[in-house]
Design a protein around this ligand. Structure first.
Ligand SMILES: [Zn+2]
Length: 83
């Protein structure tokens, strides 16, 4: 559960890495599907499938994206090519 409220303090930017995607990605990890809706194809990610979760920077939308394994690869390839 992520119900904790965090104050939006503007601290110094220590991480100056620039990811090759339009949106700033904080973390990416893969795991078993949790039934979340895929941000690319819109279908739910089943438990027997691999689920990729992409956490975006709070300065952007401040939310996470969920992808199937194949959808993540498609999205990532499009992101890097579309700049
Ligand atoms: Zn998908």
């Amino acid at each position: 559960m992520n119900t904790q409220m965090q104050s939006d303090t503007a601290g110094p930017a220590e991480d100056e890495r620039q990811p090759p995607v339009p949106q700033e990605v904080l973390r990416t990890w893969a795991g078993r599907g949790t039934g979340a809706q895929c941000s690319l194809c819109g279908r739910s990610i089943q438990v027997q499938e691999v689920e990729y979760e992409i956490e975006l920077a709070p300065s952007g939308t401040g939310r996470s994206l969920y992808f199937h394994f194949d959808c993540y690869r498609t999205w990532d390839a499009q992101s890097q090519r579309g700049i």
